[in-house]
Design a protein around this ligand. Structure first.
Ligand code: NAP
Length: 337
């Protein structure tokens, strides 16, 4: 499979490392040979239709901060030109999330589909802004569209529901879908420390971003709930339809009282037909959603299997590569490989 990577940050580089490390495994186990024929970042691009040497590219990009510094690298906003001009089977859009416009990923994804290229993305922005449009565009263009890494990082939430649980009707999806807020609530419950103190430490440790608004106000979780509602419940939901509360008003005393009664407090996203919601909720101690630290977890309520829960790492370049690579293998198999 010839692959174009648009975005060469944490995930683009993480996936490239994994493609190098797993080259012979992928060939042996899946009959899959990947060739990364172009890489694009914000500054420019590098193309080699015979396949880039990813080890060398990683070294240069890490040292110089851009792929432009690699031999043959070109400067400029080149993503669309590369998507148009370079022959490839799959385009990965791994660019930053913008939940208002979906850009730049939205335009990359549409262009790739119209060019007859399959698309894999980890970017919530385009999915939140235009899920239905992208889903039908992919069908009209006859291309595969995968986005496993956009919700739950390494956890195969979408694949589990769409494939292995396909015989079930999904009544409800409930999840801890944001590692930063889960870390903060876990520490508040273990140490009895106030929200503001734990948030400050989380920022110092690099677990929370400098501006953690999207996380603590529950917006990131609401985006993921919107994606799950649209992709797994067949809805046409908009982000603004998600009823939302964040964690800033959760007090240590509330967590202590909850614990005395056998519960913990988690920021939970809930998707069911007719109601989408994010907010702090009581979760019984020992329940699969009562995960600690930065872990994520999802529980499906189903007509046949009743309840299925899944837990894992919701972020991280290596962990998320599990989903990014899984999507590639899935497309390879779908195409008969
Ligand atoms: N990190 C995770 O664990 C994780 C997990 C799940 C989902 N995600 C999502 O996956 C996406 C990528 O995450 P990340 O952590 O890799 O982000 P990142 O480290 O910020 O990397 C983003 C990359 O996109 C490039 N870029 C920005 N604008 C571009 C444009 N117009 N054309 C081409 N490239 C452009 C950036 O280039 P420069 O470096 O030149 O600025 C950078 O290489 C985000 O949407 C994120 O929300 C991340």
């Amino acid at each position: 499979m010839r692959v174009i990577l648009v975005g060469f940050g944490n995930l683009g580089r993480g996936l490239s490392r994994v493609l190098v490390q797993k080259a012979s495994f992928l060939h042996r186990s899946h009959g899959l040979i990947t060739r990364v024929v172009a890489v694009v970042d914000e500054f420019g691009s590098v193309v080699d239709e015979k396949g880039l040497n990813l080890n060398e590219l990683l070294k240069v990009a890490e040292k110089k901060g851009t792929v432009v510094a690699y031999k043959g690298g070109k400067r400029g906003k080149l993503a669309l030109k590369v998507i148009d001009d370079v022959e490839a089977d799959v385009v990965y859009d791994l660019t930053p999330t913008n939940i208002k416009t979906g850009e730049p990923g939205l335009t990359h994804i549409k262009r790739a589909m119209r060019e007859g290229k399959h698309v894999i993305t980890s970017n919530k922005g385009p999915l939140v802004v235009a899920f239905r449009e992208l889903d039908s565009l992919a069908k009209r263009c006859g291309v595969e569209f995968r986005y496993s890494a956009s919700v739950g990082g390494a956890i195969p939430v979408v694949g589990l529901a769409k494939k292995l649980l396909a015989g079930n009707e999904i009544h409800e999806i409930r999840g801890v879908l944001n590692g930063t807020t889960n870390y903060i609530l876990t520490r508040m419950s273990k140490e009895g420390a106030p929200f503001e103190v734990v948030l400050r430490e989380a920022k110092e440790l690099g677990i929370a971003e400098k501006d953690p608004t999207l996380d603590i106000e529950g917006i990131d979780t609401a985006c993921k709930i919107t994606i799950l509602a649209n992709s797994l419940l067949g809805m046409n939901a908009r982000l603004k339809e998600v009823k939302r509360a964040g964690i800033a008003r959760v007090r240590p005393e509330a967590i202590r009282l909850a614990q005395e009664a056998g519960y913990t407090i988690k920021l939970i996203g809930i998707a069911k037909r007719g109601s989408l919601e994010v907010g702090p909720k009581l979760v019984p101690l020992g329940h699969p959603l009562a995960v600690g630290g930065t872990l994520n977890a999802v529980t499906f309520k189903l007509d046949l299997a009743r309840e299925i829960s899944i837990t894992g790492f919701g972020a991280g370049p290596k962990e998320t590569s599990s989903s990014l690579l899984g999507d590639l293998i899935d497309i390879h198999r779908t195409l008969g490989g």
